[in-house]
Write a protein that binds this ligand. Structure first.
Ligand code: NI
Ligand code: MN
Length: 226
């Protein structure tokens, strides 16, 4: 059984087979987060879509606290390692089997600047495909609609898709992304955290129609899949 819990913005905790991972752990400073970092249970791995602050978030702190492995694109993993985190670098198109499951990074069209003590670093953004406890979850990261998404058609059980517009897809393109991927379940993310990314998840649900099951999670809510 897999349990997936939304913690606001693009942050999800996924648990299965007695392992727990977090994707894009923006908790501290996240206006939409339902928990504080010290309420987060022990994490085995931190998966990152990209290095922007609203995704990198507390990644390094969680790695240091729990000995959690950060899995990210090479440049971002190197940055995290330089801050004292335990890391495993992957790159777009590559996958690796970890004790908690398999992670593959896929294309995302977005930026990837991160502010270091020594200036700004450029890192590649990605989408994260995680297969854990028999379920495949696709966290698109921050991205536009891309034809590359069609490569995942019918290979995804749960899709996590941004609908907030401005920096990423809005509801219209997000609904087309669902058409491309055809997941069983889709959960909207990356909206209403800030004024500039206000969106109506019910409008998204209407646009998706009956092609996939749209589940709108408030921060703190979970879904389970057997
Ligand atoms: Ni971003
Ligand atoms: Mn973002």
């Amino acid at each position: 059984m897999l349990t997936l819990t939304f913690h606001g913005h693009a942050c999800f905790v996924i648990e299965g087979d007695r392992r727990r991972v977090i994707i894009d752990p923006f908790i501290t400073g996240n206006p939409a987060a339902d928990i504080k970092l010290d309420q987060l249970p022990k994490i085995d791995a931190v998966l990152l879509s990209h290095g922007h602050g609203d995704h990198l978030g507390d990644a390094v702190a969680i790695s240091k606290r729990d000995g959690a492995l950060i899995v990210a694109t090479y440049e971002l993993a190197s940055f995290c390692e330089s801050k004292g985190a335990k890391v495993h670098a992957l790159h777009i198109g590559g996958s690796h089997q970890f004790p908690f499951g398999r992670v593959k990074l896929v294309p995302a069209f977005h930026g990837g600047a991160i502010e270091g003590d020594d200036g700004t670093h450029t890192t590649a953004p990605a989408g994260v495909v995680l297969t854990m406890a028999g379920t495949t979850v696709y966290h698109t990261g921050d991205t536009s609609l891309t034809m590359e998404m069609k490569l995942l058609e019918s290979r995804v059980d749960v899709m996590l898709v941004p609908i907030g517009d401005n920096y990423t897809m809005g509801v219209e393109d997000a609904a087309r992304a669902v058409e491309f991927v055809r997941p069983q379940i889709v959960i909207p993310m990356h909206y209403n955290t800030f004024d500039v990314i206000k969106a109506d998840p019910n409008e998204f649900k209407r646009k998706v129609g009956n092609q996939s099951d749209v589940v709108i999670l408030a921060p703190g809510q979970s879904i389970q899949r057997t």
